[in-house]
Design a protein around this ligand. Sequence first.
Ligand SMILES: Nc1ncnc2c1ncn2[C@@H]1O[C@H](COP(=O)(O)OP(=O)(O)OP(=O)(O)O)[C@@H](O)[C@H]1O
Ligand SMILES: Cc1ncc(CO)c(N)n1
Length: 266
Amino acid sequence: MSVAKALTIAGSDSGGGAGIQADLKTFQELGAYGMSVITAITAQNTTGVHGVYPVQKQGIKDQLDAIGKDLPPQALKTGMLGSAEVIETIAEKIAHYQWPHVVVDPVMVAKGGAKLLQADAVQAIMDHLLPVATVVTPNIPEAEVLANMSITSLEDRKRAAEQIASYGVEVVIIKGGHDDSATAIDLIYTNGQFEQLEGKRYSTNNTHGTGCTFSAAITAQLAKGSSITEAVKVAKQFIELAIKEDLHIGSGHGPTNHWAYRKAYV
Ligand SMILES: Nc1ncnc2c1ncn2[C@@H]1O[C@H](COP(=O)(O)OP(=O)(O)OP(=O)(O)O)[C@@H](O)[C@H]1O
Ligand SMILES: Cc1ncc(CO)c(N)n1
């Protein structure tokens, strides 16, 4: 039996709703064997980020080599990366090991406003990571930073997607969680074509880690051999159910429900 192996390169969220924890839960729920390279430890719960402790560069390199030499993933995702130096290291290792299907979630700020990426690291994402990436999944504020423009309409989102694609990534998905429209619409741009994935928008405070979970679901499906189109559709269903059947834990921005999809479909 061939086992689908998925890797996440991201920060740890002690509260379990975002970061490495959300990614590994999602991989497991979708039937991919999950592996991790931890870039930083955050002391975090539903009320916010209370501390950030970056892992030193050698520690990140060693984790990447441990995986590269023994457990090559069929797909990987990146999340919180922190600094330009870390981004360059990761991009080099991805190229060195020729890892396929790279999903970049360009995490910049946590829902409560804490910065998870240094300002000068944005350029490193554009220069080093996007050229080796297959899919990038910015939310609207992240797309504004990457494309260096403000986004107030679907037309703006389309222009931003074209700009981001010009950095060398195959598929750009600008997510609609931060939009104020009645439905949650994610815009997908591939090879000059636009597609919209529309889902119900739920009124809830429990959306901590939605972006991590969505990109992890895409990664798990790619690791299992799905096409990008199919992987994104499953990811949208996965996150929609995880938000719809939220868990109501913690006193702030609560996590999503990572086992809701399994209950519905598996
Ligand atoms: N209230 C909601 N109801 C339904 N779907 C939502 C809602 N909020 C976000 N989504 C969906 O969740 C996915 C993630 O989008 P979002 O824009 O929230 O990511 P994000 O801001 O990167 O998340 P985070 O930074 O918390 O990890 C998208 O598919 C989006 O459409
Ligand atoms: C560790 C980590 N990664 C990503 C996010 C964004 O949701 C977060 N809040 N924490």
